[in-house]
Design a protein around this ligand. Structure first.
Ligand code: FAD
Ligand code: DLZ
Ligand code: SF4
Length: 500
């Protein structure tokens, strides 16, 4: 009985559940479809990255003896959708059985239910949606930190018997340093496009010219071998400083000491377990300190698994909430980067050039602005889903909707990640090149984050004041004279009215 094994663009892993018991006579179906390329207008580099990685993976499978039926985007018979291509493949192959691994997005899971396929669990993750649901059952609050501790116990990473190594679960208090002027992070390994990638670059340039972002220079790895090389470079050259400068931002250097592996991890070229193992080994050899390795492993074993669990537990209703009733349209500078606020211009410029920005740029610059300005969660979420090479809804949505925008009312974050210009000034060198000043609170020179921050608290007082973690800023607000509050609101209203 032959089997049709369907493989999606973020399932490029040799050990994937649906490839595991492949036998000669079976067929692996891979399909490039217009619907996936256009349901949001993905960054051009993201399109090249995924489509080129798919083509390379198909080659690798063939090389290892798999029969691959690969439908390319420019195949004239291509119907343009997953469901259309699955139907066509069923009539081509007349397989008795169809197998697929569960997808990363609720939208695709809904389609998949109509394919008549066996849907296998995606065991590349440490936790399953069911094990997360069991953990969440009966808990009033779903705090990542407690989930993470359970994941440490279950996986055994950085454990000494029942205790965390170093006597602490979390070393974040060591991890909030700004970057010293005399420290230069090592340059990143880039990968020259080969013939397959160059062909995809031409196709994307021709078919998707109006999509966001710069197409060239393209330097992402598109094979597992190159992704492993990028990971090795991170572990040896960057991991030792990862913890210290995780929250730092620097004009002209988007990568700093970050791993820049999320695109590889999210499409399956690397697996979370092997990455955590390599990081733990670096610590065991004494090549990287515990605050760096624990901080790094927490991102993957903790945050990444936690957001996936939350996504599958709460969808589809999760995406519908708008706790702060934010309705302002996304300003056009999110697309062009043209704004006098230098931190935003830099973060958006980095995003256009690289299809990447690091976590603090996403959370505390663009995310913080979207939160304080009351931007519509749906429009902000669409932006995050299309601009980053690593963006898939299961990981993008909780981070944007829950962490950055507090649109879920505190399911994910215990308080909004709202900050004034002082935070950005402390963690970056952006303010020195800005027309505004972070130490000025009101007036034409004032950093807009300063009055937007207080205006946000004033506007949302009825929703946020009772939150014990917001007690301090609301005490400060209560001490402000009435006139000052009016001035703040006036400045904020004028600024927001000027957004186009
Ligand atoms: P590093 O800083 O080196 O961290 C190592 C790894 O940990 C990452 O590769 C990633 O796999 C994981 N990780 C770190 N933080 C998170 C997190 N909060 N959630 C899940 N995994 C995490 N990450 C995505 O992979 N895809 C997204 O679409 C995405 N959208 C985001 C949107 C917003 C508004 C915010 C605030 C964060 C978002 N993140 C997303 C999380 C995080 O910013 C990225 O994973 C990280 O910046 C990727 O860069 P890196 O590989 O250099 O990460
Ligand atoms: C993101 C993406 C794009 C742009 N194109 C394809 C494609 O042509 N074929 C494919 O199988 N997958 C693609 N993907 C990734 C899918 O969108 C992803 O697999 C689903 O969103 C499920 O996570
Ligand atoms: Fe951003 Fe304000 Fe600093 Fe300008 S002054 S870079 S707007 S934080």
């Amino acid at each position: 009985m032959s089997t049709l094994r369907i493989l999606l663009g973020d399932q490029l892993t040799r050990g994937l559940a649906s490839l595991r018991d492949y036998v000669p006579g079976d067929t692996v179906l891979m399909m490039e479809v217009a619907e996936e390329a256009t349901y949001v207008k993905h960054h051009k580099q993201k399109l090249v990255f995924i489509l080129s990685a798919m083509r390379h993976f198909a080659e690798e499978l063939r090389h290892h003896g798999f029969a691959v039926d690969y439908v390319s985007l420019d195949d004239p018979a291509n119907t343009g959708s997953f469901t259309g291509e699955v139907q066509r493949a069923i009539s081509r192959h007349r397989s008795a059985r169809i197998v697929v691994t569960e997808p990363g997005e609720w939208r695709v899971m809904e389609m998949m239910k109509g394919w008549g396929a066996e849907i296998l669990s995606d065991d590349r993750f440490f936790a399953t949606p069911a094990s997360f649901a069991a953990w969440a059952q009966g808990r009033k609050q779903l705090r990542m930190e407690f989930f993470y501790r359970d994941m440490r116990r279950l996986s055994g990473f950085l454990m000494e018997g029942d205790d965390p190594v170093g006597g602490q679960w979390n070393f974040d208090h060591d991890n909030r340093k700004s970057l010293p002027k005399d420290l230069t992070p090592p340059p990143r390994r880039r990968f020259e496009p080969d013939a397959i990638t160059r062909e995809v670059i031409d196709m994307v340039a021709q078919r998707f010219p109006d999509h966001f972002g710069d197409l060239q220079p393209f330097g992402w790895a598109v094979t597992r071998a190159d992704a492993l090389e990028a990971l090795d470079h991170f572990i040896t050259a960057c991991l030792p400083h990862f913890g210290d400068y995780q929250d730092a931002m620097k004009q002209g250097n988007v990568f700093l000491y970050h791993s820049v592996i999320s695109p590889y991890l999210n499409i399956g070229l690397l697996t979370p377990r092997e990455i955590c193992e390599l990081a733990q080994e670096a610590w065991s050899r004494g090549d990287a300190p515990l605050n760096a390795v624990e901080g790094f492993i927490r991102q993957i074993l903790g945050w990444r698994e936690y957001v996936r669990g939350l996504y599958w537990q709460r969808m589809p209703d999760y995406a519908e909430t708008n706790f702060l009733d934010a309705r302002r349209p996304l300003p056009s500078f999110f697309w062009t980067g043209k704004t006098e606020m230098n931190c935003l211009a830099q973060a958006i410029g980095d995003t256009r050039r690289h299809a990447y920005a690091h976590h603090i740029q996403r959370l505390m610059v663009t995310g913080n602005f979207a939160l304080l300005a009351g931007l519509d969660p749906r429009q902000v979420e669409e932006w995050y889903l299309l601009v980053y090479a690593d963006a898939f809804e299961w990981v993008e949505l909780p981070n944007t909707h829950g962490m950055a925008l507090f649109a879920d009312g505190g399911v994910m974050a215990s308080k909004p990640y709202a900050a004034s210009g002082a935070y950005i000034d402390r963690m970056s060198d952006y303010c020195a090149g800005c027309r505004y000043r972070p130490d000025v609170k009101l007036g034409p020179k004032a950093c807009p984050f300063n009055y937007l921050y207080w205006d946000f608290l004033i506007r949302n007082e009825d929703k946020l004041k009772a939150n014990p973690r917001m007690a301090m800023p609301y005490r400060t607000l209560a001490k402000m004279e009435g006139d000052r509050k009016v001035d703040i609101s006036r400045h904020a209203a004028a600024f927001l009215a000027g957004l186009a």
